[in-house]
Design a protein around this ligand. Sequence first.
Ligand SMILES: Cc1ncc(COP(=O)(O)O)c(C=O)c1O
Length: 360
Amino acid sequence: MTRRIFNFSAGPACLPESVLEEARENLLSLGTTGIGILEHSHRGKAFLAVHEEALALCRELAGIPADYDVLLLQGGASLQFSMVPMNLLPPGGTSDYLVTGVWSQKAVIEAQRVGRVHEVCSSADRNFCYIPAQARYSPAPAYAHFTSNNTIFGTQFATEPTPPAGVPLVCDASSDIFSRPLDIAKYGVIYAGAQKNLGPSGLTLVIIRKDLVAAGPKDLPTMLQYRTHAAENSLYNTPPTFGIYILGLMLKWIKAQGGLGAMARQNSERAGRLYAYLDQSRLFRATAEPGSRSLMNVTFVTGRSELDEQFLKEATKGGLDGLKGHRSVGGMRASLYNAFPTAGVDALIAALRDFESRHA
Ligand SMILES: Cc1ncc(COP(=O)(O)O)c(C=O)c1O
C-alpha cells in the first residue's frame, strides 16, 4: 500500500486508520451477510441496524435529550442555510445572525431569500480574525444563528452566545461538531456536514428540538421540511448509506477514545502546543486573535507570501499535505479534527522550527 501521509485538509479530512480498515473489510461483505455495505438496501435489516446504531451513538455521545430529533440528511451544511429559515422563519418575522466569517455570510444570503435578517454582530472589519464580544439582538427574533467554528479564518466561539430568553439558538457546527462536549439543551438546532469530524462528505447531521420541527410550515417541498425526515427516521428517501455507516464507525471510535470530553482534551492540548510555538516564533504568527482561536483550524502566516509558498512546498515534500490556507486569509491552515494523528502535529512543529532556523 502507498505510504499514508499527514493530511491537514479542512475537509473532507483524514479518518482514523482503524475506521478505514474496518470499512475496507465490510466493502465486500457487511459482517457475515455476503453483501457489501455499499450494496445493501436501505430498507433491509442489515442496514437498518447500522442506521439505528449510528443514531443511538449520536444520542449517547452528545447526551441528546428525548425532546430532540436527530436527522441524517443530504445537501451539506449549505442546504441547511436554506432549510433553517424556510422552516423556522415565519412570514413577517426576523432572524438574527452573528456574522463571523464566509460561512455565516453565506447563511445570511440564504436567509435573506426567505425573510428579514438582522445582523447581531460582525467581525468583517478585521477580516474575521476575532469573535465579537458585543451582540445586539433584535427585539423578538424567530431564532439566532451562529457559526461555532470558522473553518476559513481559524476562529471559534469558546462558549455559546446567549440570545434573549426563549429565542432558539441555531448553530452551524460543521467544523467543530463533537470535538468537545455540547450542552444540547441550549440549542434549537445544531447542524453539521460530516466531512470534517464525523466521516465522509454527503451526510449532514441535524439535531433539532421537536417543537421546532412541529411548528414548521407544511407547504414547503416535502424534502425541505424537517417534519418529513423526523417522521420517517431519516429514511423518507434513500439515505447516504455509506456515509451513515462511516458515521457509526467514527462515533464508535470517539467513544473508544473516551467520548467528547477526551476529544476536547486532545484537541485543546495539541492546538495549544501549535499556538504556543507560533506565539514565540520569530517567523510565523497565528492570524486569529488570542481568545478567539480555533482548536480545529489553526491559521498562520510568515507575513511574506513567497516564504509561505516556500514553506508549503517543503512541507508537501516532507509528507505534510493540505496546509495551504484559504485564499481570503493566505498563508497556512492546519486542520486538526478529531481523527488527526497527534504525531502529525509534532511533525508540523518540527518542520516549522526547521524552516524558521533557516529563514527567520
Ligand atoms: C463552517 C462551515 N459551514 C458550512 C460549510 C459548507 O458545508 P457543505 O460543503 O457541507 O455544504 C463549511 C464547509 O467547509 C464550513 O466549514
